[in-house]
Design a protein around this ligand. Structure first.
Ligand SMILES: *[C@@H]1O[C@H](CO)[C@@H](O)[C@H](O)[C@H]1NC(C)=O
Ligand SMILES: *[C@@H]1O[C@H](CO)[C@@H](O)[C@H](O)[C@H]1NC(C)=O
Ligand SMILES: *[C@@H]1O[C@H](CO)[C@@H](O)[C@H](O)[C@H]1NC(C)=O
Ligand SMILES: *[C@@H]1O[C@H](CO)[C@@H](O)[C@H](O)[C@H]1NC(C)=O
Length: 892
């Protein structure tokens, strides 16, 4: 452009020289206004140039003034859209004006004004019109974001004609090409631009020829396009229906990119859904991390999700698949009903993704059914469908079969029912025989229970023997109540209530149950019950002086009602007594048939009657002679009577008190010894009746003892109860030590070591009485005086002679009741002698072992006579708390 203007100026010079020559001749000439040889003006301006003829007087000789454009064409008058046109000179002056309207760069050029001058060369002048381009920023935004780490360009494109010169400034310094900077025509390139290059840059443009300059502040902020933080984000995800799932999409960039999630199948922006109040807010997107979370997942949420990270510098997007596992749901679960021995099929079909695993579980069991469970089972499995066929159905197959469908999203179950139909059966009807009797006020209840599916209905018939109409059976209907028949329910259980109104009711009844699969009959015989058959025999099982226990044997009477018990009446033989006023007893079946309170030595006649609901059977008589009073029966061992305490020095003995055989039991004598040592080293204790236990103390640990327990009544000692026990292991205790010295401590549990005042008084009184007795006995024996002497003379005259007074030592080793027991022993002894004398008998039972039985010998000894010398020693060892020993002796 500069070169072009120089050329233009040279042309102008030539032209001026030419004009000068013409003017000098003083000829008419054309004059331009403004008078410049060239006209420079900005594009879009509207300059005009006037071309007039000088002098005006030459008007006649000069004509046709006109303008020619740079191409030499005449410029016409003003017309539409013309950017240039001509018109007559202003103010009626002879000449012509050239006018531009918004002149453009291409309108620039040499415009000539020419006129004809008759007889001469035509007049001509020109002006060089230049439309120049003003300096201007074409592309230089004030805020620019070059991309990070690129050769970022700060744009500043300046236009102008002539071309402007551009300069860059940054931080008050001029920036020139070099280093990371490169000044280009359209901007400043900064290599590997970073955030440290952020700041204000000044772009200055100048056209010295025109004296024009402009500048612009450009703010540079480096940007970077979004990038996903990790490779492969977002990742494919899996979620379970009803649960939640999340997909990550964290991105970086300057500025911070905005994350958007798009559900690809329908193009919905789930980020926006969050703000939509109408939707359930199942989707949430964390604005910082970009993580999308979906709550309460549904199958419809499955599909491609696109994550878009976007900022001013760009956008990055990626899609990933979300799989939603769908819970199993049952579509079809069938029940089935089928006959026994046929095949039944149940099936279940499910929805769910992934396809659920299906299995059948029999209700009440835990193991799933497999083909191996039962050869009758056939399992057919397809995807989302399971079918179970049971062949040869059994009644036991009836029940619920649970179909269980499971996949990762959950487990669902649903039960199918297999109903196995079967014909009626009376397998569980226990009644085959019923019994009643004429006169029974209660109707007999004949009940049939028919098992079947579906429920059976029951009808009743009676089988007729010797039917006059040759009908084997007769139907029983609801209308036959006056005949004694009442029917309760018709199935599946039915009761026929038969009242004994006539003998016709006895016989066979048919209970007929039917359903669509068949019919079944059950027969119940209604028998006529009678009083029990006579008793076959009665045996005495146990006999004492006052009691008798019987064994009663009744004959087999199965067809009859069960025996309910026996009544027994008894009278003394050879007396006036008769059975009308006789004492009676009633026994239900099974109790011990025992009669007590009988008189010793008597003969009784017992009369037994068997009983049932019909009545009383025939009598059965039995005579029994009661034995005389004798020594008691042996005590019996109590089951579980052993002491389990396992103590070393103590042992609790337990026994059952025996029958006293007519005379009250007075005491129990316990003899015990170490089994290893033998009876010679025995110790003896007694305890007063009634008693059923005794604690032996002062024993040696880990030792086996043998024990004999005998009961005594006035007639003597019973046979012994023999037993063994072994003490627990323990240290050799003070108990054992003291026992070795012959002293036993009172068991602190059993004995009242601390004697109370009444007991001490009792002891004192007893001791006083004992002393009195001894004095009395002494008087009787030496001086034949005193109370005993008086009694002896009064009674012994009529009584049998007492013989020997061989009284041995009675050693009452201490007992818990030593005082009471010893004194009691003595007094009961006396009383026994008294009663002997009064009864005139000394029939003490002598079957006892030849034990140290003081009383027996006393009985034999003819105590009243006193003609034999003896030594009576009554020893009472009272260790007690005082540890004293009282020993009383007397010579007879
Ligand atoms: C199948 O039987 C079960 C249990 O008896 C019942 O709950 C269910 O409704 C039945 N299903 C159909 C389809 O009859
Ligand atoms: C008859 O016996 C059946 C079965 O024991 C019972 O269910 C029913 O109630 C009885 N009927 C009468 C009237 O006692
Ligand atoms: C069958 O009988 C039983 C027992 O009486 C009853 O519970 C059940 O409802 C009956 N079934 C039908 C289908 O009538
Ligand atoms: C009691 O002990 C004796 C001897 O050890 C033994 O034979 C008997 O079976 C025991 N009785 C019980 C009921 O434990």
């Amino acid at each position: 452009m500069l070169a072009h203007s120089r050329q233009l100026i040279t042309c102008l010079g030539v032209f001026l020289a030419l004009s000068y020559r013409t003017a000098a001749q003083n000829d008419p000439k054309l004059v331009l206004q403004p008078a410049t040889g060239n006209l420079t003006t900005a594009i879009d301006s509207d300059p005009f140039i006037e071309c007039t003829v000088q002098p005006q007087t030459a008007k006649g000789a000069v004509a046709n003034v006109r303008w020619l454009d740079p191409e030499g064409n005449e410029i016409g008058d003003k017309g539409l859209n013309n950017r240039k046109y001509t018109k007559n000179a202003f103010g009626g002056t002879f000449g012509r004006s050239l006018k531009f309207f918004k002149g453009q760069k291409d309108d620039s050029g040499l415009y000539k004004c020419v006129a004809d001058f008759y007889g001469h060369d035509r007049l001509e002048t020109g002006v060089y019109v230049v439309f120049y381009e003003d300096i201007k920023f074409e592309d230089a935004p004030t805020l620019q974001h070059p991309l990070l780490n690129t050769a970022g360009k700060v744009r500043c494109l300046v236009s102008g004609n002539p071309a402007p010169i551009v300069e860059w400034w940054h931080n008050q310094a001029i920036v020139t090409s070099g280093g990371r900077y490169r000044v280009e025509t359209d901007g400043l390139v900064i290599e590997d631009i970073g955030v440290e290059d952020n700041g204000e840059y000044t772009c200055t443009a100048a056209v010295p020829e025109m004296g024009r300059s402009i500048e612009r502040q450009i703010n540079v902020e480096v940007h970077s396009a979004p990038e996903f933080k990790a490779d492969g984000l977002p990742k494919p995800a899996r979620g379970l229906e009803g649960r939640s799932a999340s997909m990550e999409c964290e991105a970086t960039g300057i500025p911070m990119p905005e994350i958007k999630w798009i559900f690809v199948p329908n193009g919905e922006d789930v980020t926006k859904l969050e703000h939509d109040e109408q939707k359930t807010r199942r989707h949430t997107v964390d604005p910082v991390t970009g993580t999308m979370n979906i709550n309460d997942l549904k199958k419809v949420d499955q599909g491609q999700y696109k994550c878009m990270a976007e900022n001013a510098a760009g956008r990055k997007e990626e899609t990933a698949e979300l799989f939603v596992a769908e819970k199993p749901r049952f579509d079809v679960v069938t029940n089935t009903t089928m006959h026994e021995n046929k095949s039944a099929t149940i099936e279940c079909t499910v929805r769910g993704d992934p396809a659920p695993t299906l299995r059948y579980i029999r209700e009440g069991t835990e193991l799933p059914i497999t083909a191996d469970t039962d050869p009758r089972y056939v399992l057919v499995e397809n995807e989302r469908e399971l079918r179970l066929t049971i062949n040869d159905l059994q009644r036991s197959d009836d029940g619920l079969y649970t179909c269980e469908a499971s996949n990762e999203a959950g487990v669902e179950t649903k039960a199918s029912h297999i109903t196995v139909q079967f014909a009626p059966s009376f397998a569980n009807t226990p009644m085959h025989v019923a019994k009643t009797w004429m006169g029974n006020l209660e109707a007999v209840n004949i009940t049939c229970i028919a098992e079947s599916i579906p429920n059976a209905t029951i009808r009743w018939q009676q089988r007729i023997i010797n039917s006059p109409h040759h009908l084997p059976t007769k139907d029983i209907t609801e209308q036959m109540e006056q005949d004694g028949y009442k029917i309760e329910n018709r199935g599946p259980s039915s009761s026929l209530l038969v009242s004994a109104v006539s003998y016709d009711i006895f016989g066979e009844y048919l209970c007929i149950a039917s359903n669509e699969l068949g019919e079944s009959t059950h027969v119940v015989r209604l028998l006529q019950a009678t009083v029990p058959k006579p008793i076959a025999s009665v045996r005495v099982e146990e006999l004492t002086a006052t009691t008798v226990r019987f064994e009663i044997i009744s004959p087999n009477d199965d067809e009859n009602l069960i025996l309910e018990g026996y009544d027994v009446f008894y009278i003394k033989v050879a007396t006036e007594e008769n059975f009308q006023q006789a004492p009676a007893r009633s026994w239900p079946i099974g109790v011990p048939y025992t009669v007590e309170g009988l008189e010793p030595g008597r003969s009784y006649r017992f009369r037994f009657y068997p009983k049932n609901r019909v009545g009383v059977g025939a009598a059965f008589d039995k005579e029994v002679s009661m034995p005389e009073i004798g020594p008691p029966r042996p005590p019996t061992f109590l089951p579980n009577g052993n002491d389990t305490s396992g103590e070393a020095t103590r042992y609790r003995l337990q026994w059952q008190e025996p029958n006293d055989n007519g005379a009250k039991i007075v005491e129990y004598k316990i003899t015990y010894w170490k089994a290893s040592e033998g009876r010679e080293a025995s110790r003896v204790v007694t305890t007063r009746a009634p008693a059923s236990s005794y604690v032996l103390t002062g024993l040696e640990g880990g030792t086996t003892y043998q024990v004999e327990i005998v009961a005594r009544n006035e007639r003597g000692f019973s046979a012994p109860l023999e037993l063994f026990f072994t003490t627990g292991h323990g240290r050799f205790s003070s108990h054992a030590l003291s026992s070795a010295q012959g002293f036993h401590k009172i068991d602190p549990v059993e004995g009242d070591v601390q004697l109370s005042t009444p007991v001490i008084i009792g002891i004192a009184v007893a001791a006083g009485l004992l002393l009195a007795l001894i004095i009395d006995l002494t008087c009787f024996c030496t001086r034949h005086a005193g109370l005993t002497h008086w009694l002896a003379t009064r009674l012994c005259g009529k009584s049998e002679k007492l013989k020997n007074h061989d009284v041995e030592n009675i050693r009452h080793t201490e007992t818990d009741q030593v005082d009471k027991a010893s004194s009691y022993l003595i007094f009961s002894n006396l009383a026994y002698h008294d009663s002997n004398k009064q009864n005139g008998s000394n029939t003490a039972n002598r079957t006892q072992s030849d034990d140290t039985n003081l009383y027996e010998r006393i009985a034999d000894s003819g105590f009243c006579e006193g003609d034999e010398q003896g030594r009576y020693q009554v020893g009472a060892t009272r260790s007690l708390s005082m540890g004293s020993l009282v020993q009383l002796e007397t010579d007879v």
